[in-house]
Design a protein around this ligand. Structure first.
Ligand code: NAG
Ligand code: NAG
Ligand code: NAG
Ligand code: NAG
Length: 369
């Protein structure tokens, strides 16, 4: 036989072996493997950057924030976007993996899909076996962090075109204390109307109240966590905490990888030494490196309009009392083994006995001077 034929035969065999070593045919893989759904300002950017070291993980469309079913600063999600367009994107990504003969774990990284009543049902349509990841952070610190960011971006009172206004839209202030007064008042009035209804409608209206403010409402986690748990079995929903990611990044990364089912990547200490979008340093060019001490999410950049420390502390205490019932419902979910154990520090701030005493956040904040 002509040697060219032999070579061709050999090549065919090799191609056959490599194609069959990993089953990457389109219909054997889910449309999407996992979704990191949020919450904003809870360390999702850091987690995203760390996970990108693992080449078996691929973010949908190669980016963070697809905003597929809910955009930023929107009081209403858009789960009625064309699903075929979403599927087309995933198929393009799958095709490029296939070209490399690799089984890549495709994930949607969008931090606005958490505070979104219709998102779990939509994501479940795409993959009933979806692995969901939720990142949370101390709610008062998250709210303050989002406030500082929005003041810095000058977008606090912005509303997306065509959207009903959030409570933020009329908050023409750059003072955190004034903002808390305004939004907590609005939210409480909204909740009172929601609670006059019953069952699923009351739960839905409650979520709508929280959706109307991405600074304070988005820090009320329990109803959004429960919304995901209503649509997916508990074991498909992993809750992780920014405080834990800061304290033990390697352990949390291993936990997330095991949840996705992706092979573990051996991250080095350097890989996880960078904190993204930390206060006052937004954008990729401003990542804080490991020479900055980690505070585990308890960063507090003061706002110029808040020179009255007494007023700030009063606002913080009002928020702590506003968030406590929601945080206590997370404690209950954790105690029942339905979600990951909540950071111990949260119990000292929002636990039932902590609520009987003075504000433990006051000491924390004045220590920061
Ligand atoms: C937003 O607030 C700023 C002041 O902080 C004000 O100048 C601007 O007009 C406001 N925009 C809207 C849309 O209310
Ligand atoms: C980390 O940041 C500090 C201060 O911004 C800078 O001086 C240092 O060169 C940075 N180190 C690395 C490894 O980027
Ligand atoms: C600071 O805020 C407190 C509480 O809101 C208020 O009672 C006090 O008058 C304020 N002080 C000044 C100097 O504005
Ligand atoms: C919510 C709020 O503080 N609104 C204020 C916006 O500014 C006008 C006057 O400029 C006040 O009258 C509103 O109370």
């Amino acid at each position: 036989m002509d040697s060219r034929w032999l070579w061709a035969l050999l090549l065919l065999c090799l191609v056959h072996i490599s194609v069959n070593s990993v089953d990457v045919s389109a219909d054997s893989l889910p449309i999407i493997d996992f979704a990191l759904v949020g919450q904003q300002k809870c360390g999702t950017s850091s987690l995203w950057h760390y996970l990108r070291k693992n080449s078996d993980i691929y973010p949908l469309a190669g980016k963070k924030e697809t905003y597929a079913f809910c955009i930023d600063r929107a009081a209403v999600p858009r789960c009625d976007n064309l699903l075929q367009e979403y599927i087309d994107k995933t198929e393009r990504d799958r095709a490029s993996e296939r070209a490399q003969g690799r089984r890549v774990y495709l994930g949607d990284f969008t931090s606005t899909h958490f505070a979104c009543p219709c998102c779990p049902a939509t994501l479940k349509l795409l993959n009933p076996g979806l692995k969901v990841i939720i990142m949370l952070r101390d709610p008062v610190f998250r709210a303050h962090s989002r406030f500082v960011e929005q003041v810095q971006f000058r977008t606090l009172n912005h509303t997306q075109p065509g959207q009903p206004p959030g409570f933020n839209a009329r908050a023409n202030t750059t003072s955190f204390a004034a903002y808390v007064d305004w939004v907590v008042g609005q939210t409480e009035a909204c909740l009172q109307r929601a609670r006059a209804r019953e069952g699923a409608l009351a739960r839905r209206l409650t979520m709508e109240c929280y959706m109307r403010d991405h600074v304070i409402g988005f820090s009320v986690y329990d109803s959004f966590v429960l919304n995901y748990l209503e649509h997916f079995p508990d074991k498909q929903v992993l809750v992780v905490y920014m405080e834990d990611l800061a304290a033990e990044p390697l352990r949390v990364l291993a936990q997330v990888e095991a949840h996705i089912g992706v092979p573990h990547f051996p991250y080095s200490a350097d890989d996880v030494g960078t904190v993204f979008n930390a206060h006052g340093a937004y954008g990729w060019g401003h990542a804080l490196n490991s020479s900055h001490p980690r505070k585990g999410g308890l960063e507090w950049a003061s706002t110029p309009a808040d020179s009255n420390a007494t007023a700030v502390l009063a606002a913080v205490e009002r928020l702590r009392r506003f968030f406590a019932p929601s945080v206590q419902r997370l404690f209950a979910l954790a105690d029942e083994g339905r979600i990951t154990r909540v950071p111990q520090a949260w119990r000292a701030i929002y636990g039932k006995s902590a609520m009987l005493g003075g504000n433990p956040l006051a000491a924390l904040l004045s220590a920061k001077g």
